[in-house]
Design a protein around this ligand. Structure first.
Ligand code: PMP
Length: 399
């Protein structure tokens, strides 16, 4: 059938997409070509990239690229089977020991992506009869995980530990209780109030799960993440999820925690059990990235210096930022059409940071989310600030 719209089901899909266009919520893929460092080619033009989660600039680090290519040449392109069949290679187990040592936990389990780690962990640990309390701004992968597990799920207002406490108090006797939060919120860039949340979890006998996708490699003196930032010991009642896809420059996710938690996940985490093991190149890049995070602390220091510089320039220009520190710098615009217009204006100024709209953020809170990486330089921050302020003026966001 050549004319898809003649089919009633396809016609319904066409109408759904038309509705999204009307609301400013339709998305399409935009090709981005590398142009060296933090620059990319968009629509045939070289622009400054301010939208990647490659916080330490490791995705193009020579040590990771070399480790990945050596592993592919030595061990092949694929693992051949899921981990529980014949896909567990030495490199997977070495990486898991390395992650556990880095996160200072008893054990760790590697997943092919961070999304799979969250889904596998939450749905693997909590099923019907169990009780989950979750921050309203947690990442989509945690939300999907809660749905898949079919435990009772209660959502507390963002970062409100007192509300989390009140909800945990409703858990039925005997339920396994899990309090889940992003360590750093992906679209707002703020840190969760972990000391308060941990106290609440402990008062109610709950496990605390922290999704540290945006904190690993970035926060804490050793880049160990949000627990280290707050000076909290990674005790056995804390589960840390992380991704190797952001500051660690490659692809993959992990869960780090008590040995019994990892044992449960090996048995019950469906994205782990029923999916092919990660290929050696991916694993080797991840292992090398962890070494770079330990060896090259200067990258993290540079990153935080650049973040402070850009944040200061934007605030001096009259913009209000949604979070006080760190490489995720969101500028609230509100209306989706207006956020799109600001993203376009920014691109015309030579900066690529597309609008973030629902369902990635709540209705009415569309925004421009700028991200800084250690691959940027101070001159890039000044260039970006000028461009952002001009684009913000164009859409009437600041004087
Ligand atoms: N958690 C959070 C908070 C995230 O922002 C993301 C990625 N956007 C993930 C998990 C998923 O990680 P990955 O991209 O490795 O699947």
């Amino acid at each position: 059938m050549s004319q898809g719209c003649a089919h009633p089901a396809l016609a319904a899909l066409v109408r759904r997409m038309a509705d999204r266009r009307r609301d400013g919520l339709h998305r399409s893929l935009r090709g981005v070509g590398p142009a060296g460092g933090p620059r990319v080619i968009v629509d045939g033009r070289q622009v400054l990239l301010m939208a990647s989660n490659d916080y330490l600039g490791l995705s193009r680090h020579h040590r990771l690229a070399r480790a990945a290519s050596r592993a592919a040449l030595a061990h092949g392109a694929g693992a051949g089977a899921s981990r529980l069949i014949s896909g567990t290679l030495d490199c997977h187990q070495q990486l898991e020991r390395q992650i556990a040592a880095f996160k200072k936990t008893e054990a760790a389990l590697f997943f092919c992506t961070g999304y799979m780690a969250n889904v596998g962990c939450v749905a693997g640990l909590c099923g019907p009869g169990d009780f989950i309390v979750s921050d309203a701004l947690n990442h989509a992968s945690l939300i999907d995980a809660c749905r898949l597990g079919r435990a009772t799920v209660k959502v507390y207002p963002h970062a409100d530990a007192a509300a989390a406490q009140a909800l945990l108090a409703q858990a039925p006797a005997g339920a396994l209780k899990l309090l889940i939060t992003d360590g750093v919120f992906s679209m707002d860039g703020d840190l969760a109030p972990l000391p308060e949340l941990l106290a609440v979890a402990r008062r109610h006998g709950a496990l605390l799960l922290v999704d540290d996708a945006h904190a690993t490699g970035v926060w804490g003196a050793g880049g160990r993440g949000s627990l280290e930032h707050f000076g909290l010991a990674p005790e056995s009642d804390i589960i840390q999820v992380g991704t190797l896809s952001k500051a660690l420059g490659g692809l993959g996710g992990f869960v780090a925690g008590a040995a019994v938690v990892i044992d449960c996940l090996i048995n019950l985490a469906r994205p782990f059990v029923f999916s092919t093991a990660a290929p050696p190149a991916q694993v080797a890049a991840a292992a090398e990235a962890l070494r770079v995070v330990e060896d090259e602390a200067h990258l993290r220091h540079k990153l935080h210096g650049l973040c402070a510089l850009l944040r200061g320039l934007l605030e001096e220009g009259g913009l209000r930022l949604l979070s006080p520190a760190g490489p995720i710098i969101p500028i609230l615009v509100g209306d989706a059409h207006r956020a799109l217009a600001m993203g376009q204006a920014l691109l015309a100024e030579g900066v690529f940071a597309p609008a973030i709209r629902p369902p990635t953020v709540p209705q009415g809170s569309s925004r421009i989310r700028l991200t800084v990486t250690a691959a940027h330089e101070e001159a890039d921050m000044r260039f970006a600030a000028r461009a952002v302020l001009r684009a913000a003026r164009e859409v009437g966001l600041c004087p």
